[in-house]
Design a protein around this ligand. Structure first.
Ligand code: AMP
Length: 209
C-alpha cells in the first residue's frame, strides 16, 4: 500500500506514521527527517537545505523531488511506503504522480489551537529522533529518551516564531493538495483531535486494519 500523510506540522503525522508503518511492515519516509539527518552530517545536501529548515521555509521542489525519487527506488519500498511531509506543493504532487501510484491520502485534521499546543510541548531525542510530548506522551524519565536514553531537546523549528511560519507556509502551499487529492477520490479525512490512542484507532480503521 502506498500512503501519503497530509496535514499541518505538529498534527501527529510522524508519530502515527511510525506506528502505521510498523503495523503494515513498510517504511515511513519523512523528507524532513532525511534533511535533518543530512544537516547533522554536514553533507553537501545538508548545507544546501539548512537555512530553509531553520527558517521554516520549503526546500526548493527540484531538491526535494530528487531526494524522494532516490529514496522510493530503494528495495525496501517495493511493497509500499508511507510518505510523511511529501508532497507539500502542487508541483511535488504532480511529479509524484509521474513516478508512482498513490492508493490513499490521509488528511490529518485538527484545530490550530491543538496544533500549537502539541508542537510547543514537543521534545525530540538528539540521538534517535523519537518524539515526545510533555503533556500527551511524556518520557518515563524527564529529559531522557525511553528508547535509547538520549537527551531530549526542543528543535529549532519548534520554537513559536518558526512554528507560525511553518503553519503559514502549510496554508499557502500545501493546503491546496487537499482538493487535488479529494478530486481524485483517494482522500480520507482523519479526525486528529484527542489522545494518541484515539487517533491511532481511527487511523487503523480508516486504512482497513
Ligand atoms: P517536517 O519535519 O516534515 O516538518 O520538515 C522539516 C522541514 O524540512 C520543513 O520545514 C522544510 O523546510 C523541509 N521539508 C521537508 N519536506 C519538504 C517538502 N516536501 N518540500 C519542501 N520542504 C520540505
Amino acid at each position: 500500500m502506498r500512503i501519503v500523510l497530509l496535514g499541518p506540522p505538529g498534527v501527529g503525522k510522524g508519530t502515527h506514521g511510525d506506528e502505521l508503518a510498523k503495523k503494515l511492515g513498510i517504511p515511513k519516509i519523512s523528507t524532513g527527517d532525511i534533511f535533518r539527518e543530512e544537516v547533522k552530517k554536514d553533507s553537501e545536501l545538508g548545507r544546501q537545505v539548512k537555512s530553509y529548515l531553520d527558517r521554516g521555509e520549503l526546500v526548493p521542489d527540484e531538491i526535494v523531488i530528487q531526494v524522494l525519487k532516490e529514496r522510493i527506488s530503494k528495495p525496501d519500498c517495493q511493497k509500499g511506503f508511507i510518505l510523511d511531509g511529501f508532497p507539500r506543493t502542487l508541483k511535488q504532487a504532480e511529479e509524484l504522480e509521474k513516478i508512482t501510484k498513490i492508493d490513499k491520502v490521509i488528511n490529518f485534521v485538527a484545530s490550530e489551537e491543538t496544533i500549537i499546543d502539541r508542537i510547543s510541548n514537543r521534545l525530540t531525542c538528539k540521538k534517535c529522533g523519537a518524539i515526545y510530548n510533555l503533556k500527551f506522551i511524556p518520557p518515563k524519565v524527564p529529559g531522557k529518551c525511553d528508547i535509547c536514553g538520549g537527551e531530549l531537546y526542543q528543535r529549532e523549528d519548534q520554537k513559536p516564531e518558526v512554528v507560525r511560519e511553518r503553519l503559514r507556509v502549510y496554508k499557502e502551499e500545501t493546503q491546496p493538495l487537499i482538493d487535488f487529492y479529494r478530486k481524485k477520490g483517494i482522500l480520507l479525512d482523519l479526525n486528529a483531535e484527542g489522545s494518541k490512542e484515539e487517533v491511532s484507532a481511527r487511523l487503523f480503521k480508516l486504512v482497513g486494519l
